[in-house]
Design a protein around this ligand. Structure first.
Ligand SMILES: Cc1cc2nc3c(=O)[nH]c(=O)nc-3n(C[C@H](O)[C@H](O)[C@H](O)COP(=O)(O)OP(=O)(O)OC[C@H]3O[C@@H](n4cnc5c(N)ncnc54)[C@H](O)[C@@H]3O)c2cc1C
Length: 394
């Protein structure tokens, strides 16, 4: 989608910076309420469609995308079981859809498929989405923001930053470089996957297999220093590496192209300021273990729409207090989800450099997994928080 032929109104209700899944979802949510919105992205339109990331979407995310009428039903694959284990130690557990009374624990979709569904919805709503459009620094001017967009000054009542990264290091409250990369690829299993996902923890980081169409999406975490070597391996070498980690569980007949992604935790301290808010990866970038980043971001979008729409509809000010309320309501979910993913990476990485500590930690983790397996209520507790975030806190 390129620039709208219709000139935007003198004062937009919202300018959204970034047309990734989060910017588009926010744009659709506001536009569906009849607001005047521009979504401006610095990159070309084709880039997001080619994004190789494959996303595990929770049941809660599916609800949100369905409400937005942007659920890619035919482009998603259900997950009915998640098998969790650790390499080299005892202990395993399995999350099952029937334990939650759901048809699926979640669904898997390629990021490009999700973006395509959101763009189709945006088009149906006549949402103004612009690519190859640079956005400059925003300046507060009374009750509005003034922002250079593609060489023209735009005036908006609120600016939502969804540019997929936190550029200002001073704005961070938490940061951790895990020294890891995720090498990702689609791989065809020899036997049908039956909607079973795997999360296997290794001393170098977690390895996940997500059912995606008839393939598995592989997320193979490795030390950053090793990622170039993993990309350079032949398909047979990479398949052997997977077999070494996964054992007999899954074997592959073909491996698709690989790409590598650096992994870090970066949390923004303040996600609102005046008439500006930061959402998605522009608010927090998480390790992909347990697939939480976009799920958390979609909960951001749903909450933001709830808080902001009444204030934007009233035209009587109150936008800053609506955004403050949004930030307050997001505090628990952001902290819990960021903390959970960080704890998981560190817990399962404990002892990676020390054999004795590694053995001890491995036994402790094995006991925890075995306990979890033996305690359905504890399993349900964890599963519900992964699927619905803070909405599921008792
Ligand atoms: C390997 C891997 C696996 C993952 N798996 C999962 C998973 O299973 N489940 C899950 O929930 N999450 C997962 N995630 C996280 C998920 O990919 C992100 O949370 C999600 O893509 C964030 O979306 P976003 O729209 O905030 O950012 P992006 O998808 O990065 O989009 C940002 C957009 O902003 C544009 N932009 C950038 N800079 C500017 C600028 N200056 N001006 C204007 N536009 C700009 C870009 O062109 C882009 O279109 C994974 C991440 C990785 C790395």
């Amino acid at each position: 989608m390129t620039a709208s032929p219709i000139a935007p109104p003198a004062v937009l209700d919202a300018l959204i910076v970034g047309a990734g899944p989060v910017g588009l979802a926010a744009g659709c949510a506001l536009r569906a309420a009849g607001l005047d919105v521009i979504v401006a992205d610095a990159g070309p339109a084709a880039r997001a469609l080619d994004d190789a990331r494959v996303i595990a979407l929770s049941a809660g995310s599916r609800d949100i995308l369905r409400t937005l009428r942007a659920w890619p039903a035919s482009g998603s694959t259900p997950i009915r079981r998640i098998h969790i284990s650790q390499r080299g130690h005892f202990g395993r557990t399995e999350l099952r859809n029937e334990d939650y009374g759901l048809d699926a624990l979640g669904h898997v979709a390629q990021l490009g498929t999700l973006v395509r569904a959101l763009r189709e919805r945006a088009q149906a709503l006549a949402l103004d989405v612009r690519h190859d459009t640079a956005v400059g620094a925003a300046r507060a001017d009374g009750e509005v923001m003034r922002v250079p967009v593609g060489g023209t000054d735009v005036t908006a009542r609120v600016v939502l930053w969804c540019e997929g990264r936190i550029t200002d290091d001073e704005a961070l409250s938490r940061t951790r470089d895990y020294g890891q990369h995720a090498v990702i690829a689609l791989a065809t299993p020899v036997r049908a996957h039956d909607s079973v996902a795997y999360e296997r923890f290794t001393p170098d980081g977690p390895v996940a297999l997500l059912p995606c169409g008839r393939d598995y999406a592989v997320v193979f975490t490795c030390a950053s220093a090793d990622s170039a070597a993993l990309l350079a391996e032949t398909d047979a070498q990479f398949a052997a590496r997977l077999a070494a980690v996964l054992g007999e569980r899954v074997q592959f007949s073909a491996i698709g192209p690989r790409s590598a992604w650096p992994l870090a935790l970066r949390m923004r301290a303040d996600i609102v300021r005046g008439h500006e808010a930061w959402l998605g990866n522009a608010a927090q970038t998480l390790h992909p273990v347990a697939g939480q980043g976009l799920n958390l971001a979609l909960r951001d979008v749903a909450q933001l729409a709830d808080c902001l729409l009444p204030a934007l509809a009233r035209h009587e000010g109150g936008i800053d207090s609506a955004l403050q309320r949004y930030a307050r309501l997001r505090r628990t979910d952001r902290a819990a989800t960021g903390g959970f993913t960080d704890a998981l990476v560190r817990l399962f990485g404990l002892g990676a450099d020390d054999a004795a500590l590694g053995a001890l930690a491995g036994h402790a983790r094995g006991a925890a997994l075995a306990l979890l397996d033996a305690l359905p209520p504890a399993r349900r507790f964890i599963g519900r928080r992964m699927m619905f975030g803070a909405r599921a806190w008792p």
